[in-house]
Design a binder for this molecule. Structure first.
Ligand code: PLP
Length: 438
């Protein structure tokens, strides 16, 4: 496949969006409803005959529209829509495409919440789901039925970091008159799934797109017809289920979107560095930027130039007990935080099988090769990544020593890192009491 050069960052840079007084950042629309000079314009706005008017904030809101337009530019889609969470984006995007009696083909290696929705929730509405490994396109085609409405996959799977062949999946789905829906949360800018043939692209903007871990948000990108169907006042899931994003959040996410390209480059640079250094010390790491990764070549074929292979990396410590000890040690050493989620400026790590993928039953976890000792890292924007590597190495040595039977007490943070010790210590009790998997 010959890929035309597409640069998401330049697309965002070219978005010229101003406030009403020439403000360089568009004004935040702090209103739930909007006035009309003429009654017939209000009626026309309801029916869709009058364009360019805002009616009510759950429906359309100027701040949300600025962000949605910038996201559509980034993805190269005709339109986009923003939602109050990634799960709201995923569930609305799916529900808009199916009705009772329909069928979906989906990857089981998806975010745990997505898996639970497909496996436990949709069957309540007589919607059938077949889970197949979407890295095997032949299996996907075999699973497609006459009533299959869409194929669902993540571009880079969670947490195994396998890569989907988007053009091949799109071709198979389209051949059977089904759509391809892709979650691109792990790899914004790196992949442009719609440019590769996907019909709908969904995001948890909570992650890399926003990058600040200060809010939960989502997005759906697709054709103008599809986005209009989502917000149809009579039938649109995004309109009727009401997962509206607060305009203040849209405004802050939009500003963060303008630095996404630099952040993705740094996340990728740091993750690649760690993958190389892990290999040098004999630690098996799963990172698609390494030539030994099964999908390295496939990723290179599909990715946009200049953003690297992403900020996610996983190591296997074999048992959940060892993974927990290692993560606690890394937190004390100041590597980052033992927390779910990703795309933050600090390094986050979690034991996927026991947290974000815990909704996925054990037999599926085993089938996808998800070990109970897998530790997933979302690598932060650390300036000195060699220093971070040394802290991880020390943590690993302490972990190995502990499990070699020489019972080492969990390490005390080094005196030279008091700030880290304070933050981690202050956070821990509250986190212990309240932390639940997302
Ligand atoms: N998609 C992926 C790949 C995720 O990792 C997550 C959350 O971790 C979601 C979707 C759900 O997003 P949110 O938590 O914003 O609802």
């Amino acid at each position: 496949m010959k890929k035309e050069k597409f640069d998401p960052a330049s697309r965002i840079q070219d978005c010229l969006q101003f406030g009403e007084f020439g403000d360089v950042n568009p004004s935040v629309t702090d209103s739930a409803t909007f006035t009309f000079l003429h009654g017939k314009d209000m009626t026309g706005t309801f029916t869709g005959e009058v364009q360019g008017c805002f009616l009510y904030s759950r429906h359309w809101n100027p701040s949300n529209k600025y962000l949605a337009d910038a996201l559509a530019a980034m993805e190269g889609t005709e339109a986009a829509w923003v939602t109050s969470s990634g799960m709201a984006a995923i569930t609305c995007a799916m529900l808009q495409l199916v009705k009772s009696g329909d069928h979906i083909v989906a990857s089981p290696t998806v975010y745990g919440g997505t898996f639970a929705f497909l496996k436990n929730y949709l069957p309540k509405f007589n919607i059938d789901v077949t889970f197949v490994d979407t890295t095997d396109v032949k299996k996907v085609e075999k699973a497609i039925r006459k009533n299959t409405r869409f194929v669902y996959t993540e571009t880079m799977s969670n947490p195994m970091l396998r890569i989907a062949d988007i053009p091949a999946l799109a071709a198979v789905a389209h051949k059977h008159k089904a759509k391809l829906v892709v979650d691109n949360t792990f790899t914004p800018m790196i992949f442009s799934p719609a440019r590769l043939g996907a019909d709908v692209v969904v995001y948890s903007m909570t992650k890399f797109i926003n990058g600040k871990n200060d809010c939960v948000a989502g997005a759906i990108c697709g054709s103008a017809d599809y986005i209009n169907s989502l917000i149809d006042v009579n039938n649109g899931t995004a309109m009727l289920l009401g997962p509206v994003l607060d305009p203040f959040r849209s405004s802050s996410i939009l500003k963060n979107l303008h630095t996404l390209h630099i952040r993705m480059q740094k996340h990728s640079e740091n993750a690649l560095y760690l993958a190389k250094r892990f290999k040098e010390i004999g630690l098996k790491a799963n990172y698609p930027g390494q030539p030994s990764h099964p999908d390295h070549a496939l990723m290179k074929k599909q990715m946009n130039a200049g953003y690297g292979f992403g900020g996610m990396i996983a190591i296997d410590l074999e048992t959940a007990e060892k993974a927990n000890f290692m993560m606690e040690t890394m937190q004390k050493q100041g590597v980052g935080y033992l927390a779910v989620s990703l795309g933050y400026f600090k390094t986050l790590f979690s034991n996927s099988g026991k947290s974000t993928s815990s909704e996925i039953p054990e037999e599926f976890q085993k089938g996808m090769g998800l070990s109970e000792g897998l530790v997933r890292f979302s690598v932060g924007l650390d300036q000195d990544i060699e220093r971070t590597f040394q802290l991880i190495k020390e943590s690993l040595e302490l972990t190995n020593k502990h499990f070699a039977g020489k019972k080492t007490a969990a390490p005390k943070p080094a005196a030279k890192k008091p700030a880290v010790k304070k933050v981690a210590a202050a956070k821990k009790p509250a986190a212990k009491k309240t932390a639940r998997r997302k």
